[in-house]
Design a protein around this ligand. Sequence first.
Ligand code: HH2
Length: 279
Amino acid sequence: MVFAPFAWAGLALTRPLVMGILNVTPDSFSDGGRHFTPESAIAAGREMLADGADILDIGGESTRPGAAPVTPAQETARVVPVIAALAAAGAVISVDTRNAATMHAALDAGARIINDVSALTHDPAALPLAARRGCPVILMHMRGTPETMNEHAVYGDITAEVLSELLAARDAAVAAGVRAADICLDPGLGFAKIGAQNTALLQATPRLAATGHPVLVALSRKRFLGALSGEAEAARRDPESLAAGLFAVQRGAHILRVHDVAGTVRALRVWQALMSERA
Ligand code: HH2
């Protein structure tokens, strides 16, 4: 496991970073409704910062299949007050959205990073906006939309196909004016991947890291972990998420997107101490 001595979004990637998930939604798959008022979301974000989160990922739309559709205006109204308060508290914030209007408002409110599960393809205005604002972006792999993605989970060589589709998204972003150094790649676990496809892709993390881009892995509480452990309830899958997250950083992932910030930060401290004592 090697960390290249580089930075992304102004953050040094000399140790694995922790991105805390803050869903300002009523219906997210594991924490829907927990932080739906601005006050409770801001309090949860402050707690994640105190627990050692490096980035807060703030979203106002659930991407689970069957989630209620949200307009960009509703989404903006959910996330902007939370982003503004937490940016004022010094947080590095990514906005988790597929909509350019929401990205625009979020960046104006103090978000630094765009995290788009459609890799800036859902909204035709998203890519030009990201290029114009010159901000770091997370490009995630998916096929279809959250509604249709499971029909598209058909692969010959999943790693090669995900890699080539992600690199095509990377090339499109660079062609539109996004700086290559601003691009972080994400295999999109659970998005157009079913069961063991996720495991195979996670095991292939070194191939993603070999692209030279920072790699974000977002597996927190996802269904494929429940299938491995036997835990049906998403909110109870933090142990699974930690085990798989440590596996991912061991294989070269730079950023873990997690619900359980405190547990992940502490586990990574132990992991890092053990890694350095081995040297
Ligand atoms: N997964 C979710 C949401 N955003 N962003 C990236 N970059 N990668 C992911 O894998 C990813 C993501 C889904 O998880 P969650 O936010 O917990 O749930 P929901 O979409 O139901 O709000």
